[in-house]
Design a protein around this ligand. Sequence first.
Ligand SMILES: [Zn+2]
Length: 381
Amino acid sequence: MDSSKSEDANILHVFWNEGMLNHDLGTGLFDTLEDPGFLEVLEKHPENADRIRNMLSILRKGPIAPYIQWHTGRAAYLSELYSFHTPEYVDMLAKASTAGGKTLCHGTRLNPGSWEAALLAAGTTLEAMHYILDGHGKLSYALVRPPGHHAQPTQADGYCFLNNAGLAVQLAVESGCKRVAVVDIDVHYGNGTAEGFYERDDVLTISLHMNHGSWGPSHLQTGLHDEVGRGKGLGFNLNVPLPNGTGDKGYEHAMHELVVPAISKFMPEMILLVIGQDSSAFDPNGRECLTMEGYRKIGQIMRQQADQFSGGRLLVVQEGGYHITYAAYCLHATLEGVLSLPHPLLSDPLAYYPEYDMYSERVTFIKNYWQGLISTTDKSN
Ligand SMILES: [Zn+2]
């Protein structure tokens, strides 16, 4: 990269480390980690290294490449994990790794190489946040796996061991940011991040997700609109559960009607955009039907929020996204939006999914609920 590019404010700093490819959940019946023996061809576990290889590839070879500066991530120190996870939980994971692995919950197994990859994901996300906090850049993207947003302070869940975004939020707070906002657009509820900050009023957690509800002992949270934080944190967790098939227009509506007003009221000094391409129209794990256009628009809106409130500082953190082709394309589109580029760089090879506009009506219901809550908590303060 020549020096003129590094002086350009509109550069995306991508943090990555090859070691994260060594986490391997093998093949099985979808994400069960098991083979009942009925099929001749089994697919890889959805959270596989190939999906990330394609994301890496499209950022290196796609038309967004000139806007990217690459940085090598690192492993987190165990002591860094204690800002979000309990020492007992971290110790359990480390011991499970030493013992050769452990299945922690449905679809989520620590195999040889997994713990090292998880530490790299956490440390790489922390580096990406450090880069912004130290004033070296304003836009960072942590291209990481295993994902993190389901990992709770004491519980692995949904392919996640360590909460990469949650650790970065804590770093920002400990570095002096008085208010940090997290907007999670992975198709699943960012329950781990919400749980970690559920009683905090200095971290606003927002999650847009498909209305999947609780899914067992590792994921007790419902993700419904009435999970709004507790105690001091009441009114600082905004859940936007959306019907299957919500699509680009429904998501844009939710962003404008719910996310933007919540951020404007909170006035964050740092913003995280937690992304999962499993909200796309072709993902095996989700049914929200976003296309590249919808992802691009969300990226643009979040960049506008960062420009308005956090001095342009925005950390993007990778979560799910399991269609190994379309996830990469949707990532490219999201980051085009984050870079606020005036025209799309890459056309959508798959967008033919018809949208049903009525799905945006759900947003109005959540908005009415949320506004009622906010006015009540404002009066009590
Ligand atoms: Zn997901």
